[in-house]
Design a protein around this ligand. Structure first.
Ligand SMILES: NC(=O)c1ccc[n+]([C@@H]2O[C@H](COP(=O)([O-])OP(=O)(O)OC[C@H]3O[C@@H](n4cnc5c(N)ncnc54)[C@H](O)[C@@H]3O)[C@@H](O)[C@H]2O)c1
Length: 564
């Protein structure tokens, strides 16, 4: 039976059939031969997802002093129904990832159509042509419970499979650079034995030239710069691999302005990545308890953090919003905790802070459902059957990446509590984790399984028209700091909704003037870490009472009843 891969725009691509492979390899081989004659190094980037697609373009954009490309890049993507369309996008010179960085699309266009230094393919045989292979496939951490990262495991299947395939195809002189975020110890204790075994079977005495250098890519406005113009850490499995990886990265990354750190062993660079992200997850999680403290004691945590941030030693203290999403922060600490036992064989449990931080971050969003319930209750409207609009599905501002976003948990919890959800996000056309909840992130690991009554969410579609989305809603949740939401005026929101509604601010989006205005318009306001809203509410109520008293004194008590 023919199988198809469908792009986010709805274009259908038939997956290759066995007899398509020989022709595809001929096409790639011819191009590679021409390029080698021009003195260009052949680089295969395995996995053209969020990271690999842009890394492939950064490498393909490398030039010598006369402006000639020095690398020819082949983006290699397995032809799965979920990802095969990416090959066609890339070969047309279009980015296979939605990127808000204005540099991404022109760079891919330039490399594919002008410099002719970038192509994409589905055939693993392309690996035979490589001088360097950059591995950017995923390495997941699968959690079995909500809010308990210890109850989970690293899923290295895609990575292990990729390494085996690479070893079966490459020459022993090929440098294999693992950029995937891995459990510390993976390069030496998982990748090396897999590849060495295949090398021995192929009759190679030489050990695989393995290196590790993690990505610090930040999806968003500075996507390209976060790969190319950023500090790198790298390491090799032996001296030859270390020299080769240092040379390669110095050629493709802007290490002149952003110096590179070379560590002694891959486990050190792997650990650097995991600590870096665990540190960030921890400073965010630590504020969850202070956020609750603030809500219950009349404190505006947003202003408190601003006051603290002026101190240079504390300038990176950040408000956590409705949970910490994205592909990396929710899983990376788990990779480390798991590695301690399952790669390094220790039986004791040394980890306290790292797993706790992830568990706190993974469940923080659930509190938003409580705030929504309470705000509606204060307006004498039941949450069950209320129409609730969530503004923002992605995990951070001004990006379209929805992986593990706090918004997903908000939608799921409110749905099981009986509310009717609507979603608006200017950056997200399809919220796959919701629309295709039986397949995303995989058939067994949708967050759906932790909640009841989720089936109807498959019909939820992300709205692009804010006015239409707001019309008739009982509550609106500001979940993400997208720039479109920062300037919304309370008068407009209430007008578009058609009546006063509950407003939930998850990210310090509303200043005090706006909060006050919402109360004046008859709305109810609540916010994560925003305990001071009660004070503003009391102030508005007192002002209103004063005004009514004045009116009553002037025109008699009847005038007040009539006016109100
Ligand atoms: N996304 C980020 O913001 C970010 C930031 C820093 C580091 N990282 C790390 O980078 C790595 C890649 O992340 P991503 O976001 O690009 O993931 P992704 O899921 O978007 O991309 C992985 C790609 O690899 C492909 N793939 C899997 N097996 C393959 C195989 N055998 N052959 C060819 N292709 C194969 C998949 O189909 C997919 O397209 C992860 O380890 C991640 O933790 C990601």
């Amino acid at each position: 039976m023919k199988q198809y891969s469908i792009s986010p725009d709805g274009e259908k691509f038939q997956l290759p059939e066995p007899n398509d492979y020989a022709g595809e390899f001929e096409r790639i081989e011819d191009r590679a031969r021409e390029q080698r004659e021009l003195g260009r190094e052949i680089v295969v980037v395995m996995g053209v997802g969020f990271v690999g697609a842009v890394m492939a373009a950064v490498v393909a954009d490398t030039e010598d002093e006369s402006g000639n490309p020095t690398k020819f890049v082949i983006g290699m993507q397995r032809p799965s129904t979920r990802s095969y369309w990416k090959i066609h996008m890339l070969n047309r010179g279009l980015p296979p990832v939605q990127a808000e960085d204005p540099e991404v699309a022109p760079m891919i266009h330039r490399c594919v159509n002008e410099k002719k230094s970038l192509i994409a393919t589905f055939t693993y045989d392309a690996l035979k042509l490589a001088d360097v292979v950059v591995v950017d496939v995923q390495c997941d951490y699968l959690k079995e419970s909500l809010g308990n990262v210890r109850d989970g495991r690293t899923d290295m299947y895609a990575l292990e499979k990729s390494l085996e395939i690479i070893a079966e195809h490459i020459s022993p002189e090929t440098l294999v650079l693992i950029e995937t975020t891995v459990a510390p110890g993976t390069t030496e204790q998982v990748a090396y034995p897999i590849m060495r075994k295949v090398f021995r079977r192929r009759g190679f005495e030489k050990d695989p030239l393995l290196a590790h250098s993690f990505e610090r890519v930040m999806p968003g406005k500075h996507y390209v710069a976060s790969i190319r113009d950023f500090w790198r850490v790298c390491s090799g499995i032996n001296d030859e691999a270390a020299k080769r990886v240092e040379k390669f990265l110095k050629e493709v990354i802007n290490t002149k302005e952003f110096p590179m750190t070379v560590l002694d062993r891959p486990i050190e660079s792997e650990t650097a990545k995991i600590i870096e992200n665990s540190f960030r997850a921890t400073i965010l999680a630590f504020l969850d308890e202070w956020s609750l403290f603030a809500e219950r004691n009349g404190v505006d945590l947003i202003k408190v953090l601003e006051a603290i941030r002026v101190r240079p030693t504390h300038s990176n203290i950040i408000f956590p919003g409705p949970g910490i999403g994205g592909y990396c922060l929710p899983k990376d600490g788990g990779l480390g905790v798991w590695a301690y036992r399952h790669i390094h064989g220790f039986e004791d449990d040394i980890f306290k802070i790292t797993p706790l931080a992830i568990d706190i971050n993974d469940t923080r969003a659930l509190h938003v459902a409580q705030l929504t319930r309470d705000a509606l209750r204060n307006m004498s409207r039941p949450l069950a059957a209320a129409e609730i609009l969530l503004l923002g599905a992605s995990y951070r501002e001004d990006v379209g990446d929805t992986r593990y976003s706090g918004s997903e948990l908000i939608v799921r919890r409110l749905t099981e509590m009986g509310a009717e959800l609507r979603v608006h996000d200017p950056y997200v056309q399809h919220w796959w984790e919701i629309e295709k909840q039986d397949e995303y992130p995989s058939s067994t690991h949708s967050l759906k399984r932790f909640f009841r009554s989720q089936d109807k969410l498959s019909d939820l579609r992300v709205k692009q028209d804010l006015k239409q989305a707001l019309n008739g809603t009982d509550a609106v949740i500001f979940a993400v700091r997208h720039k479109n939401y920062l300037d919304l005026s309370p008068d407009n929101v209430v007008e578009m909704a058609g009546w006063p509604l509950a407003i939930i601010d998850c990210f310090g989006i509303l200043d005090d003037n706006k909060i006050k205005r919402y109360f004046e318009l008859g709305c109810e306001v609540k916010g994560l870490g925003r305990g001071h809203v009660k004070r503003i509410k009391d102030q508005v109520r007192a002002e209103r009472e004063k005004m009514l008293m004045a009116l009553s004194d002037k025109n008699g008590p009847d005038s007040v009843t009539k006016k109100t």
